[in-house]
Design a protein around this ligand. Structure first.
Ligand code: DI6
Ligand code: FE
Length: 389
């Protein structure tokens, strides 16, 4: 599959030349230019897509929250558990108690679910450390997942994820710490590709997020936002006003927010795993996104609280079945538009000359099967930078 005008951008009986880890040429086999390839691979008629891009995860964390899952199944709301000191703060406690090596090891275990479903690029957020040492520990672990897991990793600083208990009486000091100290320190260590925040009544206000985003801009870092997930808090418009790469979740965004996102070119990252696990009923406004020309990406949101989902094909299935995306929209959302949500459009996300040779080779007869099956192993091969993994 490549950029193009056919459904899925499909090229029937295609061929590709890869040189130095990048796609040198892609097109119909009949048009293959003269070349001096040192190695030839036949894929026997299999479908090749860009390696899938999971553009929103919290893959690094300690412990898990299956005990809260049991409570939520009896009807206790997510917000109530969070307000009682569970939720993100309980994962913070477990993450602080876990060393960097163990964080990397457990993230690699979960990563396998993603790579086995064709992922070659994964975004990983901090946000369960919530102090200087532990936010930096999480980001270092995330970088190592890239080196050790055979994936390209984009890291995101999510210091404004929850207020840790030691700052409950002094919110301002926490904001100062994260915005003035921890973000700049993490950036100076080369650990931050993007900056995110959780903008919800149970988390941080628009004004607090705006202060963080101003600092991100001063450091030259792109921003994105957990926006309008549990309520309409003007998150989509806030993200747009700060030229965010993406606004994520956005189930509750209103039309003004959608229009602002369209004007700013912000991607709507849809996270149907979290929607399912929280048993949400309000759907993201997919028709508004289509009408306003907002690009939609699809990601797992893999995290221990709201989305214990470590399968990209499961996310694709849910995006179609629950959010009514077409399989083509879902696949574009896990490739081209996911790359845009990470600021990687020039490097990845489509099969085009000059882009990284990040490829997924599938045992399917039609691309829609990638969204259709749930739990069936479909991947034949995965290539990262032209290297078979
Ligand atoms: N992403 C998040 O960061 C929050 N919800 C979501 O979908 C909270 C994740 C958590 O509960 O740990
Ligand atoms: Fe999230």
């Amino acid at each position: 599959m490549a950029e193009g005008e056919t459904p899925y951008g499909a090229i029937q009986d295609g061929a590709m030349l890869v040189r130095d880890g990048r796609i040198a040429w892609v097109g119909p086999r009949a048009d293959l230019p003269a070349h001096d390839a040192v190695e030839t691979r036949r894929l026997d008629g299999r479908w090749v897509t860009p390696g899938l891009i999971d553009c929103h995860t919290h893959l690094v964390f300690g412990g898990n929250r299956s005990h809260e899952f049991e409570r939520r199944l009896t009807g206790v709301p997510y917000e109530q558990i969070a307000r009682e000191g569970g939720g993100i703060v309980s994962t913070m406690t477990a993450t602080r108690a876990t060393g960097e090596d163990a964080l990397v090891a457990s993230a690699l275990d979960r990563l396998r679910g993603l790579t086995d479903t064709g992922v070659t690029t994964v975004e990983i957020k901090s946000g369960y450390g919530l102090d200087a040492a532990n936010e930096l520990k999480m980001l270092r672990a995330a970088r190592r997942v890239g080196g050790e897991g055979g994936v390209r990793v984009s890291t995101t600083f999510l210091g404004l994820h929850a207020l840790p208990p030691e700052h409950r009486a002094d919110r301002a000091a926490y904001l100062d710490l994260m915005i003035d100290d921890v973000l700049p320190a993490a950036h100076a260590e080369g650990l931050v590709d993007m900056v995110d925040a959780y903008c919800e009544p149970i988390a941080f206000t628009r004004e607090e997020v705006a202060r963080l985003f101003d600092r991100a801009r001063a450091l030259g870092l792109p921003v994105k936002l957990h926006a309008d997930q549990l309520s309409n808090g003007g998150g989509g418009a806030l993200a747009a006003a700060h030229r965010a790469l993406s606004a994520d979740h956005v189930e509750h965004v209103d039309e003004a927010g959608v229009a602002a996102m369209a004007a700013a070119g912000a991607v709507a990252v849809l996270l149907p795993g979290a929607w399912l696990m929280l048993r949400e009923t309000v759907l993201p406004p997919v028709d508004l996104f289509r009408r306003h020309g907002v690009r939609m990406a699809v990601a797992t949101d893999c995290n221990p609280g709201t989305s214990p989902v470590a399968s990209m094909t499961a996310a694709l299935n849910l995006a179609c079945v629950q959010f009514r995306l077409t399989p083509e929209e879902a696949l574009v959302g896990a490739t081209r538009h996911a790359a845009a949500a990470l600021g990687l459009s020039s490097a990845a996300g489509t099969l085009a000359a000059g882009k990284a040779a990040d490829l997924a080779v599938w045992n399917v007869e039609r691309p829609a099967e990638l969204c259709y099956w749930m739990g069936l192993p479909l991947l034949h091969q995965r290539w990262l930078n032209g290297i078979l993994r």
